[in-house]
Design a protein around this ligand. Structure first.
Ligand code: PLP
Length: 364
């Protein structure tokens, strides 16, 4: 068996044909480099219609870059960034916020990837203390690294609490589309409360491309001035920007016959496939053969299962271990669905998991 669909990451997915078509459309003749091109003008308009006339978007290459540019834009040299202990900026960017940005990440414990407003007190007392990195930014991830989603109310309360403490709020929206689709919200509603957004494209059907989006009206002039310099000096300025812009515009504006935009179609499909996988595995969880470790609110399913079973499934499907399991000989795995994961792919994967668990338990 040689499946071409894996459950490791939404980054494994192919590029959506509508994104490819948009890139092909941008691929005519010469146009101005570094962003003064027609496709980037269309992207600017798409950002304004998605997030409001005051919003300003800056295309970048990748999510780590979007996060670093954002955090540097919001922090002085003595700044610290409060984030969940599971945050991508804390665990999965090779220390780039520290190395490139010169910022200290100030982690907070979180069982499910989300933070609660009262947790901010942990660092609030450091404000004004010259011995402590100043907690000037809160970075939240929506949807979280653990596949959970802040409700609109939770996000409003958390970002309000941060602003009350004088912090600015950055949102890592690598999967903002999945969160918005799960919430039945617009992208703008799902990002509400954030001052600066890392808007994801790659996991949502793009080839490569994300954007830093200024959402706070009071930051538009100052950050609008700073960001072009910051983006270049952090190596995130694309010369042939039209190709990145065209992808993001396609996600934001390309609609089907019902008027459903591509970002939403892709994200709601990926979320639905994760729900389908969870439902297919539910009898195994009820029988105690595996354990769901997180809620499935977006496009990820987190499970603990015997390592032997996980390794057997892995011989056909790629996926990552998240961490060792709590039970001896077990592992916690993350199974992710993407815009191009089909129901048949999910059913085949669930059957492989079922078979591997039967064999693992038979061998006990
Ligand atoms: C929550 C989150 N933020 C940001 C990123 C961006 O990563 P990259 O720099 O690989 O595009 C990822 C990718 O896995 C992610 O999961």
């Amino acid at each position: 068996m040689n499946p071409t669909v894996h459950f490791a990451s939404d980054n494994y997915a192919a590029v959506h044909p509508e994104v490819m078509a948009a890139m092909a459309q941008a691929n005519t003749g010469h146009d101005v480099a570094y962003g003064a091109d027609a496709a980037t003008a269309a992207f600017d308009a798409a950002i304004a219609s998605t997030f409001g006339e005051h919003a300003l978007g800056f295309p970048v290459f990748n999510g780590t870059g979007a996060n670093i540019v954002s955090l540097m834009a919001l922090s002085p040299r003595w700044g610290g960034v409060v984030a969940s202990e599971h945050a991508h900026i804390h665990n999965d960017e090779n220390g780039a916020p520290e190395r490139v940005g010169g910022l200290k990440i100030l982690p907070l414990a979180s069982a499910d990837g989300r933070l609660a407003p009262e947790q901010l007190a942990r660092y609030a007392g450091d404000l004004g203390d010259p011995h402590r990195a100043q907690p000037v930014v809160l970075s939240v991830t929506q949807a979280t690294e653990l596949g959970t989603v802040y409700s609109l109310e939770e996000m409003a309360e958390l970002t309000y609490a941060a602003h009350e403490l004088g912090m600015r709020v950055h949102m890592d929206g690598a999967r903002l589309a999945n969160a918005a689709a799960a919430l039945g919200a617009t992208l703008s509603e799902a990002a509400r409360g954030a001052d600066l957004l890392s808007l994801g494209g790659t996991k949502n059907g793009a080839m490569l491309g994300e954007a830093v989006v200024i959402l706070a009206e009071d930051l538009r002039d100052s950050l609008g001035h700073d960001l072009p310099y910051l983006r270049k000096s952090t190596m995130q300025l694309g010369s042939k920007m039209r190709y990145v812009s065209a992808q993001l515009t396609a996600l934001l504006t390309s609609t089907d016959v019902t008027g459903d935009p591509l970002w939403h179609r892709n994200a709601s499909h990926a979320n639905a496939m994760a729900t389908r996988l969870r439902e297919a595995l539910a009898p195994l969880a009820e029988a105690g053969e595996l354990r769901f470790t997180q809620e499935t609110q977006a496009n990820a399913v987190f499970v603990e299962l015997p390592r032997a079973a996980a390794d057997a499934v892995r011989s056909a499907f790629r996926f990552y271990d998240w961490q060792p399991g709590t039970a001896p000989g077990s592992v916690e795995a993350r199974w992710m669905c993407a815009w191009d994961t089909s129901p048949a792919d999910v059913d085949g994967f669930a059957a492989a998991v079922t078979g591997a668990l039967e064999r693992a338990n038979g061998a006990r």
